[in-house]
Design a protein around this ligand. Structure first.
Ligand SMILES: Cc1cc2nc3c(=O)[nH]c(=O)nc-3n(C[C@H](O)[C@H](O)[C@H](O)COP(=O)(O)OP(=O)(O)OC[C@H]3O[C@@H](n4cnc5c(N)ncnc54)[C@H](O)[C@@H]3O)c2cc1C
Length: 266
């Protein structure tokens, strides 16, 4: 049987955690596990997570652990992320699903986590620990501990960020794949390309091939074709009920080309 414990602060909740406990955020995944009898023995939650938790410091954006997809959509400062939050589940899911919870969502979920990977986001652990790249969570989710917030820098030009979700059921179906691209430009050249794919591995993954093809180039038909041809390098797509690994491999470059072509005109 699963028991639920409620605490006033994240620090209290962190102290109560142990190997037999999971932190209950929006519960869109954990409550399903409860219903299916697969939940941990103890669920730890807060009595009053602030759903609008958000602050900024200069160009640094800080999203608190309680911020939901609906919360993201309500914030003008996060407008470049609205296309990401908008395609996660239906309205009921978006009202409950948190940004931090998305980092722990297993394949094929993790559309927002894919965007955070492209943005080079870091997670801030509860307590004194220093921020760690989201890749650390993907490497071993069981050893991460409680997270208080996720932070990243707002792209200098928000149009340097692009996102595409490919699903069979629109607008809220599960991803065949999702792609997030951060392509900052200096003097017309891409500096610091980050291309992340969702549903193309057990966790969101960066496409080393596409990033290499774009770095230092201008975003044009030639560099886009090269990136599309190299898209699959660094990815490890699984087969599931949505699509086979073969299909995902075949279409990854096609969809990357579509996304990048739409970003070309800035
Ligand atoms: C019908 C349906 C449709 C969905 N559609 C999509 C979709 O289109 N795209 C998509 O990406 N996802 C989708 N999801 C998955 C899910 O809703 C999201 O991934 C959501 O963001 C998970 O967040 P949550 O707050 O509900 O997590 P919870 O269920 O509360 O928790 C999930 C995991 O995250 C951990 N966790 C949460 N917060 C913290 C924290 N602060 N520190 C440490 N660990 C934490 C929990 O302990 C747990 O292990 C869908 C789910 C359902 C049921």
């Amino acid at each position: 049987m699963t028991t639920v414990e409620t605490y006033a602060t994240l620090d209290d909740a962190a102290r109560a955690m142990g190997s037999d406990a999971a932190y209950l955020a929006g519960g869109t995944l954990l409550m399903r596990a409860v219903n299916e009898g697969n939940a941990p023995d103890r669920l730890v939650r807060l009595n009053n997570p602030n759903p609008k938790e958000f602050r900024s410091s200069g160009d640094k954006l800080i999203l608190g652990a309680g911020l939901t997809m609906a919360g993201v959509l309500s914030l003008r400062e996060l407008d470049f992320l609205h296309p990401v939050a908008r395609v996660i589940g239906g309205p009921q899911i978006r009202n409950m699903a948190t940004v931090v919870g998305n980092l722990f969502a297993e394949h094929p979920y993790g559309d927002f986590a894919t965007a955070l990977l492209a943005l080079g986001a870091q997670v801030v652990p509860v307590g004194q620990g220093s921020p760690r790249p989201v890749e650390d969570i993907f490497r071993d989710r069981s050893r991460v501990g409680l997270i208080s917030s996720v932070e990243f820098h707002r792209p200098r030009d928000p149009r340097a960020f692009g996102f595409l979700k490919v699903s069979r059921v629109k607008p809220k179906g599960v991803s065949v794949l999702s792609i997030a691209a951060l392509l900052p430009r200096e003097g017309g050249r891409i500096r610091g390309a980050r291309i992340a794919f969702g549903a193309m591995g057990a966790t969101p993954l960066r496409s080393a091939g596409a990033e290499r093809a774009l770095e230092g180039q201008s975003l044009d038909a030639t560099s886009i074709d090269r990136a599309a041809a190299a898209a699959i390098e660094g990815l490890d797509p699984p087969t599931d009920q949505i699509a086979s690994a073969w299909y995902r491999r075949e279409v990854a470059g096609v969809h990357l080309k579509r996304l990048l072509t739409g970003m070309e005109r800035i």
